[in-house]
Design a protein around this ligand. Structure first.
Ligand code: 4AD
Ligand code: MG
Length: 431
């Protein structure tokens, strides 16, 4: 049996007979020869079939084969400067595993609705594959940094009894006679877990029934959420800086070719590193107003304000000390100015906006009880969470990094929907 390497491994098989398995990406018919571009998930390889060097049946099959047909080719690997990757396959055997029907996605431009309706096929194209490989690297690097820095992965539930990030964006599901909600964030459980482990993180899908149709909102997105005992706001921002820098550097080191396929200028990313600027909420409001956009003190930044703010930076930057009223119930109030919270968001530059939300959590039982009452949250569902303030409470902080927002920024995408294999948006649950 011939060896069966992937296209990525081909250089070490120069001069050898191999078997190659994959799908036909493109074909050029030159009369007496057929150029088949085969893709296998690891690369694209030029495969040449010459009429007078293969049996007539093999040549006839090569001539008939359609784009996206699945194939097994036999041949000899030889160096060729003109071929993508520097090698080509001189084919002498060809098995058509499946002859594809006429493929709906052509190399021409398609409208976005058409592409999203065919997302299950669209993911086969080089640009989409490159984005999804960067996504895999963002996740790998994020977890690597946390694993190497003393954080324990502790999984949090998807089905939950109560809201974390506001009651207006909950997805309800039937839980026998009861109702449950799909999780908006693993944070509250992380807070229980740090009292056991000190530093933890969770990573998984999160859900928000948001009726927004912006280029940065999904209904289902993935979030990595670290949480740390005995860590206060300032220290947390330093940790976020190291964490995000590691992710960007790993993508540059390991997925440079993919960034090139996507057309992302790596110089924009090479600059990223500590120290990330820190902007007080008061100052951020001033910056937005100076650019001519209206904004009341006390409001959260909407998409237009965030875009304006973030266009002014070429590094990710923190906005910290948001007013208590525009943040979730669990935020620790600022002891100096109780109308503010010890919160910090990290915004990506170039107009991308928020990629991380986080802050210091209320550690005092009385303050937390008051907040839960003020916000009319169902006290009963939060009894366990209040317990954490009864038995060894400590100052603690944590944050959540949205994977798709981060991928969209790193890849320079116009819209978040390309940053996830199968996006869930306001009007889309298919495919
Ligand atoms: O700012 P958020 O809502 O914060 C939390 O959920 C905290 N409980 C996290 C924590 O402290 N452990 O969401 C965190 C991040 C945002 O910065 C953004 O990157 C992403 O999650 N995110 C979304 N991404 C895509 N679509 C949406 N609808 C998103 N909502 C939030
Ligand atoms: Mg947020």
């Amino acid at each position: 049996m011939d060896p069966s390497p992937t296209i990525a491994e081909i250089a070490s098989f120069a001069g050898k007979e191999i078997t190659l398995k994959g799908w036909l990406y493109q074909k050029t018919d030159k009369g007496k020869l057929q150029f088949l571009l085969l893709r296998d998930g690891t690369g694209i390889m030029q495969c040449v079939v010459l009429e007078n060097e293969v049996p007539a049946s093999v040549y006839a099959a090569a001539r008939k084969v359609t784009p996206e047909s699945s194939l097994i080719l036999r041949g000899t690997v030889r160096p060729d400067k003109r071929a993508p990757g520097g090698y080509e396959l001189a084919v002498h055997g060809l098995e058509v595993v499946h002859l594809a029907q006429e493929y709906p996605i052509a190399p021409k431009e398609h409208g976005i609705d058409f592409l999203l309706d065919h997302r299950h096929l669209w993911i086969r194209t080089p640009r989409q594959m490159a984005i999804l490989r960067v996504r895999a690297e963002v996740i790998r690097a994020a977890r690597e940094w946390l694993d190497n820095n003393g954080f324990v992965l502790v999984d949090t539930p998807i089905l939950t009894p109560a809201a974390v990030e506001g009651t207006t964006t909950l997805f309800e599901v039937k839980y026998f006679e009861d109702i449950a909600y799909l999780t908006q964030s693993g944070q509250l459980y992380n807070e229980a877990d740090i009292m056991a482990f000190g530093k933890v993180y969770c990573f998984g899908p999160t859900f928000r029934a948001e009726r927004s149709k912006t280029r940065r909102h999904l209904l289902e997105f993935w979030m990595v959420e670290p949480e740390m005992a005995f860590v206060e706001l300032e220290e947390m921002m330093g940790i976020e800086e190291e964490f995000v820098t590691h992710i960007v550097r790993q993508v540059l080191a390991r997925r440079g070719g993919d960034l090139e396929t996507i057309g992302r200028d790596p110089r924009k990313l090479q600059k990223i590193g500590p120290h990330f600027p820190r902007v007080h909420y008061d100052e951020a409001v001033e910056m937005v107003r100076k650019k001519g956009e209206e904004m009341a003190w006390g409001d959260d930044f909407g998409a237009p304000q965030e875009t304006i703010l973030s266009q002014g930076f070429d590094q990710p930057f923190f906005v910290h000390h948001y007013p208590e009223k525009c943040k979730a119930f669990y935020m620790e109030p600022d002891p100096q100015r109780p109308e503010l919270s010890l919160s910090a968001d990290l915004l990506a530059p170039e107009g991308y906006g928020e990629i991380i939300g986080g802050g210091q959590r209320i550690s005092d039982l009385k303050i937390l009880e008051k907040r839960i009452a003020e916000q009319n949250l169902p006290r009963q569902a939060f009894e366990w969470y209040l317990d954490l303030r009864r038995y060894g409470s400590v100052p603690h902080s944590g944050f959540g990094l949205g994977i798709e927002r981060t991928v969209a920024w790193i890849c320079g995408l116009k819209h978040i929907r390309e940053a996830i294999p199968f996006p869930r948006t306001l009007y889309r649950l298919y495919p």
